[in-house]
Design a protein around this ligand. Structure first.
Ligand SMILES: C[S@@+](CC[C@H](N)C(=O)[O-])C[C@H]1O[C@@H](n2cnc3c(N)ncnc32)[C@H](O)[C@@H]1O
Length: 339
């Protein structure tokens, strides 16, 4: 008989996965009550934090102890402190504050999709009615445009740098499904000779238009309201940006869109697709690989596609070449495709 080697299996991973929502609830409450900001402002004991946040001392003590266990706070005696991560991303005093992202990431629409995961797995697509988040003018995208913009600064910068290396000079840029508009605006800001057209649903474009004005780029910014699949695109463009859009659809739909975009692209132009691109094994790197679950929860047939799959979709749409650009430590990547 074989002698068992190593420690016996532990149920820790199972409990951790089942109870993962405890962390979600704790961080949501702490963000909503601005616990991190209170600590950053010098409130250190549960009583002081509770007074600043308008909450009960017992509630604050328990939530803060749990946040210490999760690695987001420190504790010295009865005094709480911020870890570097919390100070940078969760204190309202920080320019990199991302607590507002819960308005989208934990919105009722997204939570509904995850709540109905068993049904989504059975069907192979979202159990949210009416195509999930892909219903025309879905309000969740206005939340996205407002709540997720701070998290998009760095990837927008990376996309702009990648594009401008291959397309400097006076260029016409079309940003498909622009959302907050920050991707196209980053290109426009870095290249004063560029003009930007942002396409999205009319309600979402209001946010992009506000951002263009805030950045001082309103005079080089126009919009096309409607669906990327049937709104007249105008053009021709030198650069078409496709940030975080193709993942919502199945490959034939992506191919149809890519064909449509080709007809609005100059022959020496480029399509820049920014996406979560997992490796061929589909389980690494973790940030890109696990994005497929978001698509299963919230769309009828979206996915996290590999580079080979993007390359094939663009080839099927008649493009000549695609190349992958990764950024160290980031879950997103850019696929540059030429007609
Ligand atoms: C995940 S967000 C991406 C926004 C932005 N490009 C970014 O990367 O942060 C998806 C965007 O697609 C837009 N959208 C959804 N369906 C669309 C369609 N059929 N035509 C145009 N835009 C659409 C949504 O309004 C939303 O702004």
């Amino acid at each position: 008989m074989e002698t068992p080697v190593g420690p016996p299996p532990s149920p820790f991973l199972v409990f951790e996965a089942i109870n993962a929502y405890h962390r979600t609830a704790a961080i949501k409450a702490a963000i909503e009550l601005q616990v991190f900001t209170a600590i950053d402002n010098g409130r250190r004991s549960a009583a002081e934090i509770a007074a600043a946040c308008g909450a009960a001392e017992r509630g604050v003590r328990i939530i803060c102890d749990n946040l210490v266990v999760y690695g987001l706070l420190t504790k010295d005696g009865t005094q709480y402190g911020l870890t570097a991560t919390a100070k940078t991303f969760l204190s309202g005093n920080s320019p990199a504050y991302m607590g507002g992202a819960i308005q989208f990431l934990l919105s009722p629409t997204i939570m509904l999709g995850f709540d109905r995961m068993t049904e989504a797995v059975r069907r192979g697509g979202t159990a949210i009615p009416e195509s999930g988040t892909l219903a025309p003018e879905h309000n969740v995208w206005v939340d996205f445009a407002r709540a997720m913009a701070p998290m998009m600064m760095m990837p927008a910068q990376q996309l702009a740098e990648t594009v401008l290396k291959v397309k400097p000079g006076p260029i016409a840029v079309l940003d498909i499904a622009a959302g907050h508009g920050l991707y196209g605006l980053a290109v426009c800001k870095a290249n004063p000779a560029s003009r930007l057209t942002a396409l999205d649903w009319a309600n979402v474009l209001e946010v992009a238009t506000e951002n263009a004005a805030k950045i001082g780029l309103a005079d080089r910014f126009t919009t096309i309201a409607g669906s990327a699949f049937d709104a007249p695109l105008g053009g021709p463009y030198d650069v078409i940006l496709l940030p975080n859009f193709l993942h919502h659809f199945d490959p034939p739909t992506c191919v149809a869109l890519a064909k449509r975009l080709k007809s609005a692209l100059n022959p020496d132009g480029v399509v820049a697709t920014m996406e979560f691109v997992p490796n061929d094994d589909r389980v690494s790197p973790p940030g890109a690989a696990t994005f497929s679950l978001v698509m299963l929860a919230s769309t009828p047939s979206g996915d996290a596609y590999t580079f080979k799959e993007y390359e094939q979709m663009f080839a099927d749409a008649g493009y000549s070449s695609s190349e992958l650009h990764r950024f160290e430590g980031a879950p997103h990547a850019v696929v540059l495709t030429r007609p």
